[in-house]
Design a protein around this ligand. Structure first.
Ligand SMILES: C[S@@+](CC[C@H](N)C(=O)[O-])C[C@H]1O[C@@H](n2cnc3c(N)ncnc32)[C@H](O)[C@@H]1O
Length: 229
């Protein structure tokens, strides 16, 4: 029997070629949220940053990072070979980009990085794995290091949780997705994803040692957040 990890990987392997076309219609404020993450980074344009993009997918966030920090060295990590292929093609010609195929939980975090980012990936990580994962990330950041992330969360309030799901469905419908497709999406989200209550995620980060943990932007269940070493 396939484990969850294999199932998730398989679906991204299949979707890679159409991911960009599809994702902009499914993820509300995707562009704005990635930009908010970039704007939150406390660095100078010319800095020679060491950056990691966890679950880089087709390279949308890494592309923005390269434009914002042309001297940075970026490590793009993803478990799906086909997503990495798309990223390689999108980032072709960029100097200082490395790719690593594998699970972000198994990445060798021994090097020091100035900036670790992630967009729409950590909801795939099981809640039990989160404390250790955040500690690893915290330990691998340099003295000026930061971690920023875009992701989907639950509300602890049932009424708000229902509202968030309704708003999400309305967004997808407005972007032309048929009701059947929307229902499939939501079912897959419930089966494959492991979002947690947002406050709990921030508490885990703080417990792992992160300081100045803050929420940069929140649109219903989607949020941009992060913290410093
Ligand atoms: C929804 S896509 C987001 C891609 C990209 N970050 C973006 O914002 O466009 C999720 C990506 O995370 C990758 N992924 C999910 N869980 C992972 C894990 N445990 N290790 C490595 N990659 C993972 C998937 O293969 C997929 O490419």
């Amino acid at each position: 029997m396939k484990n969850r990890f294999q199932e998730i990987r398989e679906h991204f392997e299949k979707e890679a070629a159409d991911f960009d076309k599809f994702f902009f219609n499914v993820m509300p404020h995707y562009e704005e949220m990635m930009q908010a993450l970039i704007d939150a980074l406390p660095f100078n344009r010319k800095d020679k940053l060491r950056i990691v993009d966890l679950g880089c997918g087709t390279g949308n966030l890494s592309k923005k990072l390269i434009l914002a920090y042309p001297n940075a060295r970026i490590s793009c990590i993803d478990m799906a070979e086909n997503m990495l292929k798309m990223a390689k093609s999108k980032l072709k010609g960029s100097r200082n980009v490395r790719f690593w195929q594998g699970n972000i939980l198994d990445f060798d975090y021994r090097e020091k990085y100035d900036c670790i980012v992630s967009s729409m990936v950590l909801h795939h990580v099981e809640g039990n794995d989160k404390p250790g994962f955040y500690r690893k990330i915290h330990n691998s950041l340099s003295k000026r290091g930061v971690f920023f992330c875009v992701d989907i969360f639950l509300s602890s309030n049932c009424h708000l949780q229902k509202l968030y799901m309704d708003k999400w469905k309305t967004f997808m419908k407005a972007n032309g997705l048929l009701t059947r497709k929307i229902n499939d999406m939501i079912l897959r989200h419930q089966r494959e994803d492991r979002p947690v209550v947002f406050e709990d995620e921030l508490a885990i980060m703080r417990k792992a040692g992160f300081r100045y943990v803050d929420v940069i932007l929140k649109h219903y269940n989607f949020a941009v957040y992060g913290g410093c070493v």
